[in-house]
Design a protein around this ligand. Structure first.
Ligand code: PLP
Length: 460
């Protein structure tokens, strides 16, 4: 597509799913009934759903037909070997452990690798990833470069690890306390920002010297590769497929939520080259998910995933996917909405605190914005701020706020048209005129873990 001035989406639509915009009065009622938590809304009450790009992709004709080829044998199914071949061919890992989704991959790998008291350096962990580290008694530490916390800094590769921070952390804690280092590519929590190949390579070199393995949270490894192709010196003439594969040469293994770049509605895996580690993880898999050749998936899911892995590295596809996200970002920018720049691969991240400056962080601006945009335009995005990431401090009542208060509009893959993106932008154009009327939120119910999924709130 790079050389094609007439480049449109490299697919045409053969099946449609109707959506409907309910009235503003109904939307006001629905958000109230949902306790002002957008996770509690019914999907049918949403017009354009940008809650997540996870598990929301449209599958291709080839994926749907691959589903019919699913081998549902308990052990040694043909579909498993098709997945194994795809993972080895595209990511370069010899051993694959299928799981029902990404967090299960994290769970079983971390059970084997993390001991209580361990420290895991990340660029930034995703929320389930950080929670799985904590669940095993470890602590995830952010080592992303400081620029990642500045939404306005328009520099490429804001997902990079700061090598000085990493080295200082290793020296302070000691190699024996650090079972591995992990990269999230792209860095979802930090605004979907990519990691450069140079940074992957440099971290691997440092890790090798200290004999610490490196793992990649690979959910958006193709979007990451696309940014490398576009912005990193020396990669312009390489295919995304080549770049994807090179990324993993700087890692000992990966966890994959296949619900993102691999274009399936459910699935995940662990990819490894170390047979001993593979064998250590398997009993945990078998106890919790299922046998080694299916994990938590049906044979048909393995088939759709294998096919999705081949499709995700198509240069034209990934270019059109990222272009659509950037199209939404450009429109919001033109309206004057503060967004994280540059626009990342999977969605547009709005600086919710800058959008609603009259709301203190204690009133959850990102989630207040989520409710307000739903009422305004029937659009659902998600809050990634205080509600999701605030921590309790050591002093009584002390709250440690996250460094950014973001509201994410994640764009599902191959699902919406540019017109949908224009309607989302129109919602912001209307909301911005009355944003000072948006009310903050307070909690009426708070679960002990991952509270943003289950919290109940009401306007302050
Ligand atoms: C970067 C990243 N890692 C891991 C996960 C967890 O994957 P899953 O939702 O498939 O359990 C997600 C999910 O959104 C993610 O964005």
């Amino acid at each position: 597509m790079k050389n094609n001035e007439f480049a449109a989406e490299p697919f045409r639509i053969k099946m449609v799913e109707p959506i409907k915009l309910i009235s503003r009065e109904e939307r006001e009622q629905k958000i109230k009934e949902a306790y002002y938590n957008i996770f509690n809304l019914k999907a049918e009450d949403i017009y354009i759903d940008l809650l997540t790009d996870s598990g929301t992709s449209a599958m291709s004709n080839k994926q749907w037909s691959a589903i019919m080829m699913g081998d549902e044998s308990y052990a040694g199914a043909r579909s498993f070997f098709r997945l194994k071949e795809a993972v080895e061919g595209i990511l370069g890992f010899k051993y694959v452990i299928p799981t029902h989704q990404g967090r299960a991959a994290e769970n079983y790998l971390f059970r084997v690798l993390i001991k209580p008291g361990n420290i895991i350096p990340f660029n930034m962990p995703f929320d389930t990833t950080g929670s799985h580290v904590a669940d095993k008694g470890g602590t995830a530490i952010e080592c992303v470069a400081d620029v990642a916390y500045d939404p306005k800094a328009e520099v490429p590769f804001k997902g990079n690890i700061d090598l000085n921070k990493l080295e200082a952390l290793i020296n302070k804690e000691g190699v024996e306390k650090i079972p591995f280092i992990m990269f999230t590519i792209t860095n979802n929590t930090g605004g979907g920002q990519p990691v450069s190949m140079a940074n992957l390579k440099a971290v691997k070199e440092m890790a090798d010297q200290k004999q610490i393995p490196v793992f990649i949270d690979a959910a958006r490894c193709v979007e990451n590769a696309y940014f490398i192709q576009q912005y990193e010196e020396g990669y312009q003439n390489k295919s995304v497929a080549e770049i994807v594969k090179e990324q993993f040469t700087y890692a000992n293994g990966c966890t994959m939520s296949a619900k993102k770049d691999p274009l399936v509605n459910i699935g995940g895996f662990i990819g490894l080259n170390d047979e001993e580690l593979y064998r250590k993880v398997l009993p945990h898999l078998i106890l919790n998910e299922g046998f080694a050749t299916y994990g938590g998936l049906a044979g048909r899911d393995l088939e759709a995933l294998a096919q999705g892995l081949y499709e995700m590295v198509d240069d034209d596809y990934i270019a059109s996917r990222v272009r659509q996200v950037q199209y939404l970002g450009k429109q919001l920018d033109e309206i004057g909405v503060d967004i994280v720049k540059p626009v990342g691969g999977s969605g547009v991240y709005v600086d919710a605190h800058a959008f609603l400056p009259h709301l203190p962080l204690s009133q959850f601006p990102a989630d207040a914005l989520a409710g307000a945009l739903y009422v305004e335009a029937g659009v659902r995005g998600s809050g990634l701020g205080t509600l999701a990431f605030a921590k309790t401090g050591k002093e009584p009542g002390e709250v440690i706020y996250p460094k950014m208060e973001l509201y994410r509009l994640a764009v599902p893959r191959r699902v919406y048209t540019d017109r949908h993106m224009e309607v989302v932008a129109e919602g912001f154009r209307q909301l911005i005129k009355k944003r000072d009327k948006v009310r903050g939120l307070k909690l009426t119910y708070e679960p002990p873990l991952l509270r943003h999924f289950l919290a109940r709130m009401e306007p302050v």
